[in-house]
Design a binder for this molecule. Sequence first.
Ligand SMILES: Cc1cc2nc3c(=O)[nH]c(=O)nc-3n(C[C@H](O)[C@H](O)[C@H](O)COP(=O)(O)OP(=O)(O)OC[C@H]3O[C@@H](n4cnc5c(N)ncnc54)[C@H](O)[C@@H]3O)c2cc1C
Length: 599
Amino acid sequence: MPVYNAPLDDSLFVLFDLLQIDGDQYGEIFADIDRETVTAIAGEFGKLMTDVVAPLNITGDKQGCSLSNGVVSTPDGFKAGFEALKAGGWTGLVCDPEYGGQGLPLAMGNILSEYLNSANMGFSMYYGLTMGAYAAIHTCASAELKAKYLPKMVACEWTGTMNLTEPHCGTDLGLIRTKAVDNKDGSFAISGTKIFISAGDHDLAENVIHLVLARSDDMPDGVKGLSLFLVPKINVEADGSLGTGNHVSVGSIEEKMGIHGNSTCVMNFDGSQGYLIGEKGNGLKNMFIMMNEARLGVGIQGLAISEVAFQNARAYALDRRQGKAATGQKDQGEAADRIIHHANIKSSLMSIRAFNEAARALVGEVSVLTDVIHKTTDEKVKSLATDRVNLLTPIVKGVMTDQGFDNAVVAQQIFGGHGYIQEHGMEQFVRDARIAMIYEGTNDIQALDLVSRKLPAKHGQTVMAYLQDIGGFIEANKANKQLADIVSALQQASEALQVALGYLMEHGQRNPDNAVAAAHDFMHLMGIVTFGHIWAKMALVAHEKLADDSKRHASEDFYKSKIYLANHYAAKHLPQAKALQVRLCAGAASVNAMPIELI
Ligand SMILES: Cc1cc2nc3c(=O)[nH]c(=O)nc-3n(C[C@H](O)[C@H](O)[C@H](O)COP(=O)(O)OP(=O)(O)OC[C@H]3O[C@@H](n4cnc5c(N)ncnc54)[C@H](O)[C@@H]3O)c2cc1C
């Protein structure tokens, strides 16, 4: 069975050593959490993951969910696991205290989110989708709806869903056909079919609160005609008690590649009572308010699977003996060396770990900025933080989930044939990781969003400010001999990024196909530079800690590992930026040359 241990030391390093959330620049924003509280909370949660939630992962995969007489059942143990999550008060950690939450920062919540997804991604989504729906209701709904629904959702006594996708449309939501008819009594009758609805129905909670995108008759075609409705599975009476069923039914459970523990449902709404959230016609806009946070949540899934796959591959490579190291036998007296002695295996493990630690830092950075957006009273600070989060969101979602899947495959490869069979759980990680590249907007759509919306935003000022930050770091640390490798590799990669940006500005505008064909490569090129910048900053911190033991919060080896990994990232990953730039600058010429009939 796979092992999982929460990487608490690294979470602490990100928040307190790298991002210094206890520093003066954040004022009171993170006043509720210090190193001790995070250690206590995340440490306790990590234990729950190792002891209770991770052991349910294989059961969830093997049993999956089932539908019988309209009732969805989750795999054995999921109910008890969900009760443990609720009983510990974990579900309301980052929610508004007015509705029973604990009001802790997202930076704290997202540490736990990583641990939960590593332990059991299918299971985590019953909670994750509830938080997505909570955020939409909290941001856009009337005080009355909030008071009626949020306390139960914060406690996960009722869970939530997001109903966007229909059989004929997923990306192009302007085509949505689900109807909303005004009942003229404050409610609407919602009718239509939604597909692929995560946590659509199940036996973990007594009610499911669906957020449904639908179009009322008086509204135009396209996305501007869509409104967002709250549709409970079971009607809720004025006193908050549960009433009659609301004509919401499960058509079927999708048979799918991974996350079998999560019920992905076809949902039928048949004149179900729904309540408008926000303004009519603002449905998509309201959904998009939480888009950055939702995409951050999916990006975390990429990291989470990569982390648990790494932990298991590392343990295997330290145990499995095959062949002898190229430079002569290392494990004297044994029939063969442990496979970690082979440079290819060691390099693979270091690459996955280098991704995990940079990705964790990126999640920390974006979470901290999101907390700043929520809590600062300084409009300029808020605007700058919003710009940066907008710019980085496609990297978090697109790059982290592409790479998370790739890493799951590399980790599986380290097991040889044993990775392909079920016993070690590695093939499940590969299957589970795959969906994160598809939902919450496919990764190609993330790349297009980056190239067509985020780069031109504010006449390019947002991306220029980002490049200036990286350039400033390079300039400030050029003479630092300890950082020579990483800074020089970062400089070359960021030059490649600037060439790519120049290409897009010139050729993307001239022929938009050039931008569309280049988008995916650009997103990954920017991801490599982003991670390189993070690694350079982490190496700087690690050197400072090694130079002064009074500043250390972990072992010397912990900080030394950061430096080894930064140098590995400089040698093996930052150079890929140039190759991506060259490919990207080839534009759409070869693509456009071939008629579609000949493909
Ligand atoms: C397991 C699972 C869980 C899901 N959970 C939910 C959920 O909880 N709620 C929900 O509403 N949905 C959910 N989805 C749906 C998911 O969000 C969609 O599948 C996804 O957004 C893509 O939509 P689609 O499948 O219709 O693909 P399409 O939109 O048909 O896209 C097909 C391909 O074309 C590309 N493409 C589309 N448009 C463009 C364009 N303009 N330019 C360039 N390329 C383009 C896409 O990138 C993709 O590769 C889930 C899906 C799965 C499989």
